[in-house]
Ligand binder design. Structure first.
Ligand SMILES: Nc1nc2c(ncn2[C@@H]2O[C@H](COP(=O)(O)OP(=O)(O)OP(=O)(O)O)[C@@H](O)[C@H]2O)c(=O)[nH]1
Ligand SMILES: [Mg+2]
Length: 672
């Protein structure tokens, strides 16, 4: 690592990307490094710092992509990650990424970074959108005013990237120069200077930049106050004296400083930004419909239904082809192996591996199309609208619409949904969102619904599956309401939900997203599901001498122990007991378990003997609601502690049992 200040050619320079949420930091990161980190059109996509490298003209750069922040006072976990990285790691260079169509709001953080004494290059991103809106910015003027280099780029269209690299290159070999530009009123500057020299010559132990620390002390930032509390009473008294003297003339110092920053920004804006008025905003027009008071929620549910329609109709076409492929594979394997190897090996290969793993793999096309639809929602900007229209409903239960974003992510997989709760400021809101996110039906449950609706509701497949998803959302909201009014009472934090402009979904990125998720599904099928299938095959085969998959096999014994508990849900056979137990590892294996237990038998025939449409529906509800898979358990453990992970597993399972039993019992009354 180079010494701060002088950068020499053979050094690796550390570059951080900082900026407000959704301004294209990750897009810039990908453009610089050639990597494919996730980007999406809503604030809060990046929730952890990510590293990459690139070299250019003989220099090597290590780049860190950070979660979005509005300013250097951090509230939520993802914001804290960014702030702490900037403050304590002090990268050699910070690229302050700005959405140039939104200069006014974005510049606040830039000013803070400059005040912090960072080496800053201002990157005005989204040049294409700026031009489309007929706005122009005098970059030279802004650079002069801020005292740092300014580059205009479009990370999406990849324009200006070379320019940016050139500007980065200029830093190498140059003595870092703190900008002389001071944004504050003379009285404030004087106070900063006084405290700065106190900090330098006192017992306040800190690695922080002294000017930055002084500013934070004047702002009475509680996190930096603690440093002062630890210092001697003389130092503390002197600092307090300077601050209170200052406040006598300027009022609340932190407000005065914020006002100064806004004043500088306004000045820059009026002097260097030229706007063409009179154009009609496409985003505004579309939002009048999509976020309409009355239409918003129905449209959201319609789009959800459409997602399943696409997932099923197109997905099922491919599914059938793959199914035929696996049947052929299984038959060929049997005819090839039969007579040549022991009977038990034939059974292992055809009953266990091919049909068990195959029964899960066939759903890859459906998974692909589901994620393709989710990807389109994410990159078009609709995601934030969904959160926005649900906001009113969420507010009624005391949560913020922002909580709905992790929940939507949960339709793909619950693990990233748990991680996405990091964007919520309030710890209690965050916990509640984590506790209820598993009810948002993840893609791993889709094979269960597809199998069961295919047998029992083949005419109304997407409507039935849609109803399950809606029940999942209702359960999540209902439970959130319960938690909010009981064990996790608290104020909901005020926050204005941001609506990014609509953007055409990026075809390549969205396809890659759907592809990588499908691949992940395949990988799970190849690893965890493969192992589970082997275990089940063994349990169904042994003890030696019993008929394969019979009640006397180990699997039968285990299943029979659990099965009585499922009787209230209308389930009266041991196979489902095994399937549900295994499903706790990964929900994908539920179908694989049935298939392996049935072996050479016909799965559809067997299930249609075991279930009625009513009990099949109850069973789908149970698998929707009962304990999330081990990966989610691990994620909650990591984010909130083992206590909450255990709590989630137990309460969801009890809840699932109650709901599924009620549905079956009440349904039986009507159908009898
Ligand atoms: N038109 C246009 N869109 C862009 C440009 N750069 C990024 N975007 C889009 O802006 C959105 C946000 O991009 P990200 O890179 O995810 O933004 P981010 O700053 O990393 O966002 P967070 O991680 O949520 O803080 C995506 O929809 C991108 O496709 C650009 O230069 N032009
Ligand atoms: Mg990002």
């Amino acid at each position: 690592m180079p010494s701060k200040g002088v950068l020499v050619e053979e050094d690796v320079i550390d570059i951080a990307l900082a900026g407000n949420p959704n301004v294209g930091k990750t897009a810039v990161f990908n453009a610089l490094t050639g990597m494919h980190q996730k980007i999406g059109n809503w604030p809060g996509v990046t929730i952890e710092k990510k590293e990459g490298v690139f070299s250019f003209g003989g220099i090597k750069a290590r780049v860190v992509d950070l979660p979005g922040i509005y300013g250097l006072n951090a509230f939520s976990i993802d914001e804290r990650i960014s702030r702490d990285y900037l403050v304590t790691s002090r990268p050699d260079l910070v690229l302050s990424i700005i959405d140039s169509t939104n200069l006014q709001r974005n510049l606040y953080l830039t000013l803070e970074l400059i005040e912090m004494g960072m080496n800053v290059i201002v990157v005005l991103n989204m040049q294409d959108e700026l031009e489309a809106q007929g706005i122009s910015i005098d970059t030279e003027g802004v650079a002069r005013e801020l005292g740092v280099p300014v580059v205009m780029i479009s990370a999406l269209k990849r324009t200006g990237i070379k320019d940016l690299k050139d500007k980065i290159f200029e830093y190498v070999g140059k003595v870092s120069s703190r900008t002389e530009r001071k944004f504050h009123d003379q009285r404030i500057e004087e106070a900063i200077r006084k405290i700065e020299s106190l900090v330098l010559h006192s017992d306040i132990s800190s690695e922080l930049d002294p000017r930055w620390l002084s500013i934070k002390l004047i702002e009475k930032d509680p996190e930096y106050r603690t440093l002062l509390e630890r210092a001697s009473s003389g130092t503390k008294g002197a600092v307090d004296q300077i601050v209170s003297d200052l406040e006598k003339s300027v009022g609340d110092a932190s407000i005065a400083m914020a006002q100064e920053r806004y004043r500088s920004i306004q000045e820059i804006y009026t002097n260097f930004v030229k706007k063409n008025t009179g154009r009609v905003d496409f985003t505004d027009k579309l939002d009048r419909i999509l976020t309409n008071r009355w239409l918003g929620i129905p449209i959201f549910f319609f789009l959800m239904w459409l997602t399943f329609e696409v997932t099923f109709t197109i997905g099922n076409f491919f599914l059938e082809q793959i199914e035929i492929g696996f049947e052929w594979l299984s038959e060929s394997a049997v005819s090839l192996l039969a007579g040549n190897v022991p009977e038990i090996v034939v059974s292992l290969v055809s009953d266990g591996i091919i049909s068990g793993v195959g029964s899960v793999m066939v759903f890859v096309p459906n998974i692909f199309f589901l994620f393709l639809m989710i990807g389109v929602f994410e990159s078009s900007g609709y995601m934030s609208r969904a959160a926005f229209v649900m906001d009113r409903l969420m507010h009624k239960i005391g949560l913020h619409g922002k909580s709905f974003i992790p929940m939507i992510i949960g339709f793909g997989c619950t693990v990233p949904a748990i991680m996405a709760t990091r964007t919520l400021e309030s710890r209690k809101d965050r916990l509640i969102t984590m506790l209820v996110s598993p009810f948002m039906s993840c893609s791993a449950r889709l094979p269960i619904y597809l199998t069961f609706t295919g047998i029992f509701f083949s005419k109304h497949q997407s409507t039935v599956v849609f109803s399950i998803y809606v029940i999942g959302i209702a359960a999540a909201i209902g439970m959130a309401m319960l938690f909010k009014s009981t064990i996790l009472k608290g104020e909901s934090s005020p926050f204005v939900l941001e609506l990014p402009p609509y953007r055409p979904p990026m075809v390549k990125e969205t396809l890659r997203f759907a592809g990588s998720k499908s691949l992940m599904f395949l990988k799970r099928a190849g690893t965890i599901i493969f192992i589970v299938v082997l275990v089940i095959w063994a349990l169904a085969t042994f003890p030696a001498g019993v008929e394969y998959g019979s009640k006397e096999s180990y699997a039968g014994v285990i299943g029979s122990t659990v099965a009585p508990l499922m009787k209230p849900m209308g389930i009266d056979h041991w196979e489902s007991g095994v399937a549900v137990l295994m499903g706790a590892l990964a929900k994908e294996v539920v179908v694989g378990t049935y298939q392996t237990l049935v072996g050479e038998g016909n799965l559809e025939l067997t299930l249609s003997e075991y279930f009625t449409p009513l009990s099949a529906y109850a069973f789908m509800l149970f698998t929707l609601l009962y304990m999330p898979c081990v990966a989610v358990f691990g994620a909650i453990w990591e984010e909130a502690g083992v206590k909450w992970a255990l709590f989630t597993a137990v309460y969801t399972t009890v809840f699932a049992f109650i709901v599924a039993s009620l549905v079956f019992q009440i349904g039986s009354l009507f159908l009898a």
